[in-house]
Design a protein around this ligand. Structure first.
Ligand SMILES: *Cc1c(COP(=O)(O)O)cnc(C)c1O
Length: 463
């Protein structure tokens, strides 16, 4: 990765030596296709277009800030995942990354399954016609009411997250006279984020049941003994924004080892394993994500090899990508407002949104890129920090990036790769109106989630 100082001159000298940012791309007008959705390009006048529509037209029709989602890219990514894993595996889209009824219909049409982790997500999925048997229900604290609804709907699987939940789900299923298909979420002792994985100090968190000290084996014993449950497999999710397959390798090995122990103790070979989601995407040019077919091959090779050595039938694999499907398909469009140059430091560029539409920078120290998209520019690069309009100095959208020095109020800038965990984590802080999500495809744009209005705010305020 390149961290070399950029030759902008002495004005940025002290920050340049800190190296918290990447050097500017040789030409700021060039859009790195790694971070932009597939149909994004610049038109003859230099304006960014997506699905054949320029950002100026999109801003005029839908306003800013707004998320623009490249529908054909979303569908292509769904197909790439499902083709990569093939008919002997299942791809569950993790709805928490971004869920709406249109998204559910696309998933259904493209043959994917869906993970939900709340009653609200379940309602959205069912309302949009996702067959219940293609839905999996996650969460460390599902309420009794949520479990009831899931069981009544005939949901495909519930991923059990605790000893109490094993009993709770068994009870509810029995009361409904059904055997609920379930998996047990185990904590394999691996935590992976971005380029690293840690194989210790992992059990100290709220999800799952630890493999260590026989907890998971005990959970399996209890689940197998309860009439209301049909235990179909074991589940492991190790982290997020992962590039390195080593964490999955350890996880798969430990899960298969548990399947072998279950076979030895109970004489049953559980038919499925779920290896979770967490696959990384490119937020900046420095990220190099793997393609779905590489991931599929790596995972299935690991599982096949481990099963052969444990003399187990290879179980059906499922995976749960959220970010890797929706993340790269959308960008957030902002209008530039106040521009404040801080001599010797950097220039603060304020936009008409902020932490209310993208909390990830403040929450996870996430890296993003940004580009001037309403026009091109031949001006020198200037080091900027893109900030929002909220009453919080941590309200940062892009920590360090380069934009052309002639940037002016009224210009449109866009932050790519905001499809995942931006609208779904959006808030009303400062009574901000949450932005719309607009699907763009083949020269047509339509809001799939409309912009919130002040009437929406007042409607909830019933005092
Ligand atoms: C969050 C989550 C996912 C999806 O993670 P991504 O990083 O979006 O791929 C999948 N499975 C489980 C259990 C999760 O909690």
């Amino acid at each position: 990765m390149s961290r070399s100082a950029h030759p902008a001159g002495p004005r940025h000298a002290d920050v340049l030596t800190e190296g918290h940012y990447s050097a500017p791309a040789a030409d700021l007008n060039v859009l790195d296709e790694k971070v932009w959705s597939r149909t994004v390009t610049r038109d003859a006048d230099g304006a960014l277009t997506v699905g054949g529509i320029t950002v100026a037209r999109l801003a005029e029709e839908f306003g800013t800030p707004a998320y623009f989602l490249d529908e054909s890219d979303f569908r292509a990514r769904c197909r790439a995942w499902s083709e990569a894993f093939g008919p002997d595996a299942d791809v569950f889209y993790a709805g928490k990354a971004f869920l709406s009824r249109a998204v559910v219909r696309w998933l259904k049409e493209e043959g994917l399954n869906l993970d939900v982790c709340s009653g609200g997500e379940l309602t959205t999925a069912l309302d949009a016609g996702m067959p219940a048997e293609r839905i999996a229900f996650h969460g460390n604290n599902k309420t009794v009411a949520e479990i009831e609804r899931a069981v009544e709907a005939g949901i495909g699987r519930i991923v059990l997250d605790s000893f109490q939940e094993i009993v709770r789900v068994a009870h509810i299923a029995q009361r409904h006279g059904v055997r609920q298909r379930v998996q047990i979420r185990v904590t394999v002792g691996v935590e992976a984020h971005t380029h690293e994985f840690i194989a210790t100090a992992h059990e100290d968190q709220k999800f799952g049941i630890a493999l260590a000290d026989g907890q998971a084996a005990e959970a399996v014993r209890r689940a197998l003994s309860l009439d209301g449950l049909d235990l179909i497999g074991v589940h492991s999710h190790i982290g997020s924004q992962i590039f390195d397959m080593a964490g999955f390798e350890v996880s798969a090995r430990r899960v298969v080892q548990l399947l072998a122990e279950i076979r030895d103790e109970h004489g049953v070979e559980l038919p499925e394993i779920d290896l979770g989601g967490g696959l990384g995407i490119a937020y900046t040019s420095e990220d190099d994500p793997r393609e779905p077919h590489e991931i599929a091959k790596a995972l299935s090779d690991i599982v096949t090899r481990e099963c052969e050595s444990a003399k187990l039938r290879t179980p059906r694999i499922s995976v749960e990508p959220g970010r890797a499907i929706v993340g790269p398909t959308a960008f957030t469009l902002y209008e530039v407002g106040t521009i404040k140059p801080l001599e010797g430091l950097r220039t603060y560029v304020s936009v008409d949104g902020g932490m209310s539409d993208n909390i990830r920078t403040a929450l996870y120290d996430a890296e993003y890129s940004v580009a001037l998209v309403s026009r091109t520019s031949d001006a020198e690069p200037m080091l900027v920090r893109v900030v929002g309009k909220h009453c919080e100095s941590g309200d940062i959208v892009v920590k360090d990036a380069f934009l052309p020095a002639d940037l002016a109020p009224g210009d449109l800038i866009a932050v790519p790769a905001t499809g995942a965990y931006c609208r779904s984590m959006a808030s009303n802080y400062n009574h901000a109106l949450r932005p719309p999500v607009v699907a763009v495809r083949d020269g047509e744009a339509r809001a799939i989630v409309r912009r919130e209005t002040e009437e929406d705010l007042l409607r909830l305020d019933v005092g």
